[in-house]
Design a protein around this ligand. Structure first.
Ligand code: 13P
Length: 295
């Protein structure tokens, strides 16, 4: 297999098997370690991701070098994704730093502007691929995704207008040439304690019917979504599933507890080691769903 196309072949194989891949966000070494250790135990490929802010904390180059070290150490398919890039500039920086996948989020723009800006990203990336002989997966986004990767106490209502329209999804893919499309089907970023986070799987099926295998479908806002809905989305054609808040929650809960329980301890790796286990648990649960074990 041509290693430059490994990412495409992994995504294609999963889609053909009605399985999904997790894209887990990280901004610290112990979170990345937990994700990587778990997928290796599960013998399953993975995408790890940084948002612009998470990348700013680590720097793009350091994030890429960390991921590359793990990949080489275990010879394992671990792909690095820029999550919610908002400009061509940050996309370029991520690709030049060694990211394998980039998500351009133009979802707050008008339909026409979103197409235009996403197409600019695709054109630049295709030029890079041609020169460097390296495949970069470009993800676009269409539909209104509410929330943020945090815990929310307010109620959240999703309106019909927020959802991705099947005909627009088709036109968006045709006109931009993206590899993957993030859609809004009731998913929300974050965990909403007082709202149900149910997916409109009927809308997913309509979108899938019209776009077929023209682009991989992506679900953002995986945290807080019921297992049954995630499993349904796996079966109905989502290939990439993004998770962040549940990892952030595990990280903060365990570190807080550990610092409180061990006031004399000053060694960082002793304080942080339990985080690795907590992250592994979250990843394990999601990977089981993505493998199709709940169908
Ligand atoms: P959650 O924080 O809801 O898991 O969403 C993560 C995400 O979609 C990153 O793009």
């Amino acid at each position: 297999m041509n290693s430059n196309n490994l990412v495409l072949s992994v995504l294609n194989d999963l889609r053909n098997n009605y399985q999904g891949i997790g894209a887990f966000n990280f901004s610290t070494a112990e979170v990345l370690r937990g994700i990587v250790e778990e997928v290796i135990e599960e013998k399953y490929p993975v995408i790890v991701a940084t948002s612009e802010h998470e990348a700013n904390f680590l720097t793009l180059q350091v994030a890429a070098a960390m991921v590359d070290s793990w990949r080489k150490e275990f010879n394992w398919p671990i792909f690095l994704n820029l999550d919610h890039g908002h400009s061509l500039e940050i996309i370029k920086k991520a690709v030049l730093s060694g990211y394998d996948m980039v998500h351009f989020d133009g979802s707050t723009l008008s339909f026409g502007e979103n197409i235009q800006k996403t197409k600019e990203v695709v054109d630049w990336v295709r030029g890079f691929e041609e020169r460097e002989k390296k495949k970069i997966v470009v993800e676009g986004e269409l539909g209104y995704l509410r929330g943020s990767s945090n815990i929310h106490r307010e109620k959240m209502e999703i309106s019909e207008e927020d959802l991705t329209k099947p005909e627009e999804a088709k036109e968006f893919i045709d006109r931009t040439g993206i590899d993957s499309l993030a859609i809004a089907i009731g998913n929300i970023h974050g965990i909403f304690i007082h709202s149900q986070q149910r997916l409109h799987l009927d809308r997913l099926r309509e979108i899938k019917k019209i776009i077929g295998n023209q682009a991989f479908l992506v679900l953002h806002g995986g945290s807080g979504t019921p297992t049954e809905d995630l499993a349904g989305a796996v079966k109905d054609g989502i290939t990439k599933f993004n998770f962040n808040t549940e990892l952030r929650l595990a990280w903060s809960k365990i570190t807080r507890q550990n610092f409180r329980d061990n006031p004399q301890e000053i060694v960082p790796y002793r304080l942080l080691l339990p985080v690795v286990e907590a992250i592994k648990k979250v990843v394990q649960e999601k990977v089981k769903i993505l493998k199709g074990e709940y169908l």
